[in-house]
Write a protein that binds this ligand. Structure first.
Ligand code: HPA
Length: 272
């Protein structure tokens, strides 16, 4: 057994000592949805601190625990607090929680994030269904010895974001009267925001939104064969697209402003 897989097994054991709950779906929720877990029918929770070897976030305001429970009768596991590559973790640790949720039984993953809009048709407060991603600027989380227990050496990435689930997201958004854009998400390491020249380059490369998370997690999840759906909240126009400078407060402000709608959408999608 490789060291990485042994670490995962150890984490799994720590969690299984506390709960035998089997989630069907995993939720990784970004800015604005930090308190979503508190709104579900909670059956168990496990603090990240109680999981040996688990990466614990350094970002202020990020809580660190897995919450197990039901959303509309669907057994879910919610990551309350996630870690980012820019915090200095090894990529293997950034995707460890995602892998653990898969090992706990989750066959599906719903991931959300805050993102800067690159597409000229986007406005702050819009939601974007992630139809595909570009990840070439961040190390691939599958680098190194393959964890054969989880998946193949060369996993296919031709449909990372499930068209089936995308159809559900679109239908639920329409029912709720939420306007939903679609596009390609590009992950960067951060933590500095991009320059206007970089944003022009990313637009030419085919990106519609940019952020500092998600793709590494979805690659690890896809490697395990999970069915994935991703939704971005466009919190700001990317660098150079408006006269304003970027700052985290603005990102948080927009995320908080649309959080209620975002939560409704997440609940509706899980229910379907
Ligand atoms: N760039 C990168 N990450 C982000 C942005 C952005 O403009 N907005 C929210 N997360």
């Amino acid at each position: 057994m490789s060291e990485a897989y042994e670490k995962l097994q150890n984490c799994l054991k720590c969690i299984r000592e506390k709960t035998d709950f089997r989630p069907e779906m995993a939720l990784i929720l970004g800015s604005g949805l930090g308190d979503y877990a508190e709104s579900i029918d909670i059956r168990a929770e496990v603090s990240y601190h109680d999981i040996e070897g688990f990466p614990v976030s350094t970002v202020p305001g990020h809580k660190g625990r897995f919450v197990f429970g039901y959303v509309k009768q669907v057994p879910v596991i919610v990551m309350q607090g996630r870690v980012h590559y820019y915090e200095g973790y090894a990529m293997e640790d950034v995707v460890l929680p995602t892998r653990l949720m898969g090992m706990l039984g989750a066959k599906k993953l719903l991931v959300t994030n805050a993102a800067g809009g690159i597409n000229f048709d986007f406005a702050p407060g819009d939601f974007m269904l992630i139809t595909d991603h570009i990840s070439t600027m961040v190390p691939n989380p599958l680098l190194g010895a393959n964890l054969g227990e989880l998946g193949p050496r060369f996993p296919d990435m031709s449909e990372v974001y499930s068209r089936r689930m995308g159809t559900i997201v679109k239908a639920e958004a329409e029912k709720l009267g939420i306007s939903l854009k679609e596009g390609v998400y590009l992950q960067l390491t951060g933590p500095s925001y991009e320059t206007p020249a970089e944003i022009r380059m990313f637009r030419n490369l085919g990106a519609d939104a940019v952020g500092m998370s998600t793709v590494c997690e979805t690659i690890a999840a896809r490697h395990m064969g999970m069915e994935i759906c991703g939704i971005s909240c466009i919190t700001n126009l990317a660098a150079g697209m408006s006269v304003k400078a970027l700052n985290h407060a603005e990102v948080q402000e927009t995320a908080d402003r649309v959080a209620k709608q975002f939560k409704e959408l997440v609940t509706a999608v899980v229910g379907q």
